[in-house]
Design a protein around this ligand. Structure first.
Ligand code: GDP
Ligand code: IMO
Ligand code: MG
Length: 429
């Protein structure tokens, strides 16, 4: 039985939460492998209940699934406890959530530094979620981070926080003119929070390896998306981790040869939150139309998402860097009611046509989309359950995206609900 990776093919918010939830009934484990509470994943249950998850894997809403916060995730203990109690208040069983002993903990100084650095950057800012994600990963790579397992040894925790604060307080007070933070206060706070989660800390890499040996199905759930990947995205306007499929192995401890399916989640148009290049972005009433029809408001920060047409250059790139075997095309219903639907098939950069993602940041900033127009459809497709239920022009749009993207579109979303999905090919078969 395989390990499956589920990743965003664009700039996040493609509908990963819904896709994980849909597969939830058929997998034994759901693992988050990178990011933190910068993510916002929406799940709408068949009874209409609506959940917004940030740190906890979307599999928590499916009974019988064991959920893992993998070693590649950065965990803010306060957010973790809040999210757990919010779920428990709504009668969700949270007993099946484990946290990797190697996951890094996000400290109050990470949030403080995220906010001041963004302010300092002014109009060059990344537009981060302000959740401390970048600074926490900086500490991980600089080997001065605090990990979940450190709460099990108070003296180690204290030494690590004190050492980190020696430098952070210099930065906060001398560069940014902020107040210094107190190590004892932070450590005491984390130890108190740990009472609420330390029983969940486990050697999750070992458990996942054993589960795969027992033929159980493991779903590795990505956050963010390919174009926000620190290596493969639109750097520096990216997040500080690797959402791409390679990151799934690193961030979970599941060896790459055990991954047999890579499911890309692809929105039928494009959105982006925060700063950075976006070749197909619309600044006119058509962009406003997509934003309104698609309800394009960030789940984590409440910011309006920037909207634009489908970009096949990005889809082809996502297929390549992730080794995507199947796509789940979401939000096709949002495009109903358009006379024609443009698809960006390539870019023109300084008068030259190119079909692949440009090599340099300068070129992507200069990229002008080259559009092909497809006829639109007027029908409400939210009740379609088979490919044949879709109007011919909608089917042609999907088939053209499939051709341009270079991977099979196996599922199509026609609404936010779990049942509002067309399955063309069973990815678990
Ligand atoms: P994620 O971050 O990738 O999990 O996506 P978000 O939850 O941030 O944003 C996706 C939004 O689209 C959510 O509000 C979902 O409920 C919604 N959604 C997912 N699939 C579909 C679909 O096929 N059609 C429509 N109309 N909405 C969808
Ligand atoms: P999900 O999992 C969309 C964006 C931020 C910003 C950049 C860096 O819901 O798809 P960070 O706080 O990570 O340092 O911000 O990344 N960003 C997201 N955009 N969806 C997300 O998550 C995002 N997580 C981070 O807006 O541009
Ligand atoms: Mg989201």
């Amino acid at each position: 039985m395989p390990a499956i990776v589920l990743i965003g093919a664009q700039w996040g918010d493609e509908g990963k939460g819904k896709a994980t939830d849909l597969l939830g009934g058929r997998v034994h484990w759901v693992v988050r492998y990178q990011g933190g509470n910068n993510a916002g994943h929406t799940v709408v249950l068949p009874n209409g209940d609506h959940f917004a998850l940030h740190l906890i894997p979307s599999g928590i809403l499916t009974p019988e699934v064991t959920n893992v916060i993998g070693n590649g995730v950065v965990v803010d203990p306060a957010v973790l406890l809040d999210e757990l109690s919010g779920l428990e208040d709504r009668s969700v069983d949270t007993s099946r959530l484990l946290i990797s002993a190697d996951a890094h903990l996000l400290m109050p100084y990470h949030v403080a530094i995220d906010k001041v650095t963004e302010r300092f950057l002014g109009n060059r800012k990344i537009g981060t979620t302000g959740r401390g994600i970048g600074p926490c990963y900086q500490d991980k790579i600089a080997r001065v981070g605090v990990r979940a397992q450190d709460v099990l040894d108070e003296s180690i925790l204290r030494r690590k926080v004190e050492a980190a604060l020696e430098v952070k307080n210099q930065i906060l007070t001398k560069i940014y003119n902020r107040r210094a933070l107190d190590a004892d206060q932070i450590v005491d706070g984390v130890l108190e929070q740990a009472e609420g989660f330390k029983h969940r800390i486990a050697d999750t890499g070992l458990m996942l390896g054993n589960a795969l040996d027992r033929d159980e199905v493991v779903l590795l759930e990505g956050s963010q998306g390919t174009m926000l990947d620190v290596d493969h995205g639109t750097y520096p306007f990216v997040t500080s981790s690797n959402p791409t499929a390679g990151g799934a192995s690193v961030g979970s401890g599941v060896g790459p040869t055990r991954i047999t399916v890579v499911l890309g989640i692809l929105k039928a148009y494009t959105t982006r939150v925060g700063s950075g290049p976006f070749p197909t972005e619309l600044f006119d009433e058509q962009g406003a139309y997509l934003a309104k029809q698609g309800g394009e408001v960030g789940v984590t920060t409440g910011r309006a998402r920037r909207c634009g047409w489908f970009d096949a250059v990005i889809a082809r790139y996502a297929t390549r860097v992730n080794g995507i075997t199947d796509y789940f095309l979401t939000k096709l219903d949002v495009l109903s009611g358009l006379e024609t639907v443009p698809i960006c098939v390539g870019y023109e950069i300084d008068g030259k046509r190119i079909d692949d993602m440009p090599m340099t940041q300068t070129d992507i900033h200069h990229a002008m989309p080259v559009y092909e127009e497809m006829p639109g459809w007027w029908e409400d497709i939210s009740e379609a359950r088979t490919f044949e239920d879709l109007p011919k022009t909608a089917r042609d749009y999907v088939l053209r995206l499939e051709e341009l993207s270079g991977a099979h579109i196996s599922c199509i979303g026609v609404g936010p609900g779990r049942d509002q999905t067309i399955v063309r090919r069973d990815i678990l078969a």
